[in-house]
Design a protein around this ligand. Structure first.
Ligand SMILES: Nc1nc2c(ncn2[C@@H]2O[C@H](COP(=O)(O)OP(=O)(O)O[C@H]3O[C@H](CO)[C@@H](O)[C@H](O)[C@@H]3O)[C@@H](O)[C@H]2O)c(=O)[nH]1
Length: 419
């Protein structure tokens, strides 16, 4: 069998809730557990022996992805290419536009993965399910359970419990439809192009040079899944492993924790260990080999330290992501915070945020993508984020705040956005 995988990475206008972190690097390249977000997708695809080529599909300028793609080819030894849409074509529009590249070599099927989800993706198991179906599936969706309340933020699937055929699909319904939600991971038969082509052609009548009405975009969810549901050609594969979206910077902290945990199963060598002349490590921590961490520092649980970062004596960090070329000076404390690239945090300073984890008392709860401000116009407590090139002086406290790039903070801050 020969398969391909397409990863939908969007473009500069997407991922706005991820700012200010996506101001400096395309959101799909933001490091989580030491790796750019979509490297986790590529790694999951590379582990499926039948996947021979991975195509990243988006509308970021190609030069922003060039180095990353070269690094990925070197690391995983499979074909990887970036295909650039000339504008946002929608979740199925890009696939249709590049159908020749996807179909070349006659793959039996191809995976499609949303670039902004994370998880312990059971791709091989899903493939086994897809190929074992007695009637061929045009599209198989990975589904997972959500709470009744949260389900309406996702694509909702009603299945035949015995055959797993999809009877009904609604994208982000306004009232409850089903607890079973779309994970944004699919296996498509190449026959899907015919379907998308029909939609494409039916819209040509409306096509004009001014595409302000978005007639050129085709959405996989609304235009393909909704009409296919109930025709016996779409199936759902139930995923009971960890899965989440990465929409906000807060969800990056959550994803960081879970990917670090996953390394126990997949890449143990990426996790830092305790030893003489090494910092003290609590549970799961990733330290880039080029980072310098003082042996008296205490890191963990759930910390990632990027390239060439310098962590001083007596520093305490937990539940945080420290990006490349950042310095944290002695005795500072960093909790539930993302510290952007090339930043400098003085000595005896405290950076602290508030976690936005899923409710542990509710089974199947996902993260809430809490808006920045509440109804009274006050900033909702969230993780603290420092954009790149931020300078925080010594002996201050920055609590539940978002600091935009290139700021020189003069004092302490609490619950503020510092522009
Ligand atoms: N290449 C490309 N990618 C795109 C485009 N539009 C969106 N994407 C990418 O496609 C993914 C989904 O995009 P959204 O449009 O933001 O959808 P969503 O709100 O995340 O909902 C989708 O994902 C949920 C799971 O996370 C699903 O539950 C839901 O049904 C839907 O598929 C993201 O990775 C985004 O970057 C486009 O025009 N071109």
């Amino acid at each position: 069998m020969m398969l391909k995988a397409v990863i939908l990475i969007g473009g500069p206008q997407k991922g706005t809730r991820f700012r200010p972190l996506s101001l400096d690097v395309p959101k799909p390249l933001f490091p989580v557990a030491g790796l750019p977000m979509v490297q986790h997708h590529i790694e999951a695809c590379a582990a499926v022996p039948d996947i021979r080529e991975v195509l990243l599909l988006g509308y970021f300028p190609a030069q922003q992805l060039q180095q990353f793609v070269a690094d990925m080819i070197a690391a995983y030894k499979i074909r990887i290419r970036y295909l650039q849409e000339y504008q946002a074509l929608g979740t199925a529009g890009g696939i249709y536009h590049f159908r020749d590249q996807i179909s070349s070599g006659n793959p039996d099927a191809f995976f499609v993965l949303n670039g902004d989800v994370c998880g312990d993706f059971p791709l091989q198991e899903m493939l086994d399910f897809h190929t074992s179906l007695s009637t061929p599936s045009l599209i198989t969706i990975m589904g997972t359970e959500a709470t009744r309340q949260q389900s309406t933020m996702y694509g909702c699937i009603v299945e035949d419990k015995e055959t797993h055929q999809i009877l009904h699909y609604v994208e982000k319904p306004s009232t409850f439809v089903s607890n079973l939600i779309n994970c944004g991971v699919y296996i498509c038969s190449p026959d899907i192009f015919k379907r998308v082509g029909e939609i494409f052609n039916s819209r040509q009548d409306f096509y004009s040079c001014d595409d302000s009405e978005g007639t050129e975009t085709i959405q996989l969810e609304q235009d393909i899944l909704m009409p296919i549901a109930g025709t016996g050609q779409a199936y759902v594969y139930n995923n009971d492993r960890w899965w989440s979206q990465i929409k906000t910077a807060g969800s990056a902290i959550y994803a960081n924790r879970h990917y670090l945990q996953l390394y126990h199963k997949t890449k143990k060598e990426r996790l830092a260990t305790n030893g003489p002349d090494k910092p003290t490590i609590i549970d799961d921590v990733y330290i880039h080999p080029t980072a310098t961490v003082d042996p008296s520092a205490l890191l963990g649980p759930n910390v990632s330290v990027g390239k060439n970062a310098v962590i001083g004596a007596g520093v305490r960090i937990r539940e945080s992501i420290i990006l490349g070329n950042t310095t944290i000076q002695e005795h500072s404390c960093v909790l539930y915070t993302v510290v952007g690239w090339n930043s400098n945090v003085g000595a005896w300073t405290r950076l602290e945020g508030t976690p936005c984890d899923p409710n542990p008392n509710k089974p199947f709860a996902k993260m809430d993508n809490v808006p920045l401000f509440n109804l009274e116009g006050k900033l909702n407590p969230s993780i603290t984020i420092l954009g790149c090139n931020v300078n925080v002086p010594s002996e201050v406290i920055v609590l539940n705040s978002i600091v935009l790039p290139y700021k020189d903070l003069p004092r302490s801050y609490k619950n503020e956005i510092i522009l």
